[in-house]
Write a protein that binds this ligand. Structure first.
Ligand SMILES: [Zn+2]
Length: 822
């Protein structure tokens, strides 16, 4: 019985707001939610990435208009940069998903996603749709529209100007324009209609802004007669906040993108261009009744709730409960399923908070394992004078009065369902493609995250009316520095296993000793560990006995890995057999103060690469720029790499080095290079070898990035498979010591390169030519110049992306660059 009960529970859960710490609204906030209860209208904002959304507009619709307001970000932003830590790709997507959820908790919106993956930059939507499955993304967008039923849709981007912004941006607007009509068409995605009805939104707008015009001045001069103008600079006296202050706080949740924002108070104008549904006169909801009269049977509810709003007592909100219960009973009877569901959830929460109730289920430990049980502490307290009975918790019957301010507390064990899986972001459970996540469980599509695994149902009776209130099981502890601290309660696998180094490069025939980490989340773990490698690779020993006595214990096991003779790539998979199960995944923890702690399960495997590579010179000096892992990667193929700090750039220190490499964006971020560049050029003149990787064309700290004139541009080649032509076949950089062929440009990731120079003096020899589809050939990706006795090389090729991914050709070409003149 227990098991079945749990499964039912999971699907009962309301779908939003799983913030780990419970919300404890003040009277002003309760009053705001009563106003929201009296508004029946909705807005959906559409864009491509976490941080594309206009938090001002979202906050305005949620807090001033009191509409149901949501943002759908087609992707989770995996392709962005991370300014707060090392997480990239899927782990960055996990962080940015949580940053969006935090932003919505602040501005009052809801959050949706599609299965589209942010695979990196694309120049236009055509390129984007080579990676996104257009039908699937469109299907998800239509699904969310049918579920959320927005009256108004607002696009962040213009659907008519491909090529003027990131391809994902234009694509998001194009899909939104299509979905606007398709959601109402019963022959589009008919399988969705088993769950939801068709839906026709009333209006579609494009949210214009000065940044689409290049500058504020140009936008001021632009013709705005076709734009709907809104002043959204509201001040909310009950909250003591301006709309822009809420918006700035919400925006500031995008820490990983460095989007901390400071509010400017006062009038704030937003411009909406009508795309579909015509220009409204005064209000985007014009023509829609957004009062309770919108739904059949709503009139009486509206009358009661207007009275509740009018007579709300800011010193004693429990006075509103009797009337709220009358309204609740009428909402229960509404025929309109959509609004009934939304408003029941809202009014239940309002009654809960007006009653001063506090219900909580706290696990005694931060996690349990699959199949394990959870010991929880229950607390139920009524901090009002209302007559409230606790009838039942889960399946246990009571008939207990919750006397004012007298807590009911108890301990119990929740039995796990065999169907529960480890807690990990649902969209990462299956292997997707470069452009799409794979999600087999249809119920999860569109959701920001899966519902929490355990929850407790409290059945109460408030003034004669039964209520079912569901609370997710949380974990909390007292932190000596921070006080009460909440964390999500999670389910973990019995064990995590991983090869720590994710790309293992073999530059010659020597074997390497590879550590494999095993961490137990259960007591008395015994198993057998082995490594699975591709053909030709030899592993010893064949397997190792693993024994961990207590949960939390971690041990490292060592294997000897021997590469094959020829160039070879493949996967090295750790396999830990425990009983009848085999574990291959590792658990990654993401811990930042601004988001709930995240546990992510990913394959524990590593990439094995044997490269046919020769090199000349050994000692490399590396000057770190904005941050990359190139020094580590060079060490992996046998170079001695010394990191040189800016203050240590001196002739004496450089003299003994075979080559000096500048990390990415060094000329953007190291102020000392304004004058120390001369020392670097002098080093070249005396026979050194200087390699400069990409810098952005804007914000370069000095004109002199090279000993000869060189102009940086925004030229980039984003198609990682674009053809590469050799302009100077016989140049040493393509021949010594490694013969470079077109094969060396296979298997590159994300892009070829960026910010190529577009102008250079005659001393430079351009080596390669490449371009994206439909563009002119670019020759600035690799420029070599002889200067004095040495060589200066400028390259926008994305070595910083290719080397960490173990792309053999990138290693071979870089080895040639470092060997110049040797
Ligand atoms: Zn974006």
């Amino acid at each position: 019985m227990h098991k079945q009960y749990f499964i039912a529970l999971i699907f009962l859960l309301s779908q939003f707001n799983f913030a780990q710490a419970p919300k404890k609204p003040s009277c002003a906030e309760i009053y705001e939610s009563i106003q929201k209860l009296n508004f029946l209208g909705s807005v959906l904002y559409v864009a491509a990435h976490p941080d594309d959304e206009n938090t001002h507009l979202i906050s305005y619709f949620a807090n001033d208009v009191h509409a149901q307001t949501a943002y759908i970000s087609l992707t989770r932003g995996d392709g962005g940069q991370n300014l707060i830590g090392p997480e990239l790709r899927e782990l960055l997507g996990v962080i940015r998903t949580q940053e969006l959820l935090q932003a919505r908790r602040i501005d009052g919106g809801e959050q949706f996603f599609t299965r589209a993956n942010d695979f990196g930059y694309s120049k236009n939507p055509e390129e984007t749709f080579q990676f996104w499955d257009k039908e699937e993304v469109l299907s998800d967008l239509v699904y969310v529209i049918r579920k959320f039923q927005p009256d108004v849709i607002i696009n962040r981007f213009d659907h008519r100007t491909p090529g003027t912004t990131h391809g994902h941006h234009t694509a998001s607007a194009m899909l939104s324009v299509e979905a606007f009509d398709l959601a109402a068409n019963s022959s589009a995605f008919p399988e969705q209609l088993k769950k939801f009805s068709t839906w026709q939104p009333k209006r579609l707008f494009w949210n214009q802004s000065w940044f689409f015009y290049g500058s504020q001045e140009k936008f001021e001069k632009a013709d705005k007669t076709n734009l709907f103008v809104m002043d959204i600079g509201s001040y909310y006296p009950t909250l003591g906040l301006s709309n822009s202050e809420i918006a700035a706080k919400s925006r500031s949740q995008h820490s990983s993108q460095g989007f901390g924002a400071t509010a400017v108070r006062g009038t704030a104008i937003e411009y909406l261009e009508p795309i579909k549904g015509g220009m409204p006169k005064n209000d985007v909801f014009e023509g829609i009744d957004t009062s309770w009269n919108r739904v059949k049977g709503g009139k009486a509810i509206g009358e009661i709730l207007s009275k509740v709003e009018r007579e709300f007592d800011f010193t004693n909100p429990s006075k509103s409960v009797p009337e709220l219960i009358k309204a609740y009973q009428l909402i229960l009877k509404l025929e309109d399923k959509h609004w009934r569901q939304i408003k029941l959830e809202e009014i239940k929460n309002i009654i809960y908070h007006c009653s001063g109730l506090f219900l909580e289920a706290v696990a005694k430990e931060p996690y349990t394992t699959v199949g394990g049980n959870a010991d929880v502490k229950i607390e139920a307290i009524n901090r009002s004078d209302l007559s409230i009975k606790l009838n039942e918790i889960q399946l246990e019957k009571f008939n207990k009065d919750l006397k004012p301010n007298q807590a009911y507390r108890s301990d119990r064990t929740l039995v796990s369902s065999a169907f529960l899986k480890p807690s990990s972001p649902y969209w990462l459970e299956e292997k997707g493609s470069l452009g799409m996540y794979k999600v087999s469980d249809e119920k999860l599509i569109g959701l920001p995250e899966a519902p929490p695994p355990y929850s407790v149902l409290f059945n109460l009776n408030i003034l004669g009316q039964d209520f079912h209130l569901e609370k997710p099981v949380v974990y909390k502890y007292n932190d000596p520095a921070k006080g009460e601290t909440y964390k999500p309660f999670v389910i973990l696998p019995e064990v995590s296993v991983n090869v720590e180094e994710k790309v293992l490069i073999f530059g010659d025939q020597s074997s390497q000793r590879i550590p494999v980490k095993v961490k137990a989340f259960t007591d008395d773990l015994k198993g057998n560990l082995s490594l699975k490698a591709p053909d030709g690779w030899k592993i010893s020993p064949e397997n190792l006995e693993v024994s961990l006595s207590a949960k939390g214990e971690e041990k490292t096991f060592w294997f000897e890995v021997n590469p094959p003779k020829n160039q070879s790539e493949g996967e090295l998979i750790p396999q830990l057999k425990v009983g009848i199960g085999t574990y291959e995944n590792q658990l990654i923890e993401i811990n930042y103060d601004h988001i709930p702690e995240q546990k992510v399960l990913l394959p524990g495997s590593a990439k094995l690469v044997k490269i046919d590579i020769e090199k000349k010179g050994e000692k490399i000096g590396y000057i770190m720029g904005a941050g990359d892992s190139v020094p580590e990667n060079l060490r992996q193929i046998g170079y001695q790499v010394e990191i040189i700090s800016p203050q240590n750039i001196t002739a004496e220190n450089l003299d003994r080095l075979d080559a000096v490499v500048l990390g990415i964006r060094a000329f953007n971020v190291i102020p000392e290079l304004k004058f120390k560049n001369k020392i670097l050029f002098e080093y070249v003149k005396n026979g050194g070898n200087l390699v400069v990787q990409y810098n952005t064309s804007r914000d370069v700290l000095t004109e002199e990035v090279a000993p000869f004139p060189l102009t940086l541009s925004r030229d980039r080649v984003t198609d990682e498979n674009s053809e590469v032509k050799f302009l100077d076949k016989n140049h040493p950089v393509l021949n010594i010591p490694n013969k470079i062929t077109s094969k060396d440009f296979e298997g590159w990731v994300q892009e070829r390169g960026l910010y190529f120079p577009d102008n250079w003096s005659k001393e430079f020899t351009p080596i390669l030519s490449m371009n994206d589809k439909g563009e002119a050939p670019m020759k600035g990706s690799l420029l070599v110049a002889k200067y004095g006795k040495g060589y200066y090389v400028y390259t926008g090729l994305s070595f910083f992306r290719e080397l960490p991914e173990g792309v053999p050709g990138a290693y071979r070409l870089l080895a040639n660059i470092l060997s110049l003149g040797k």
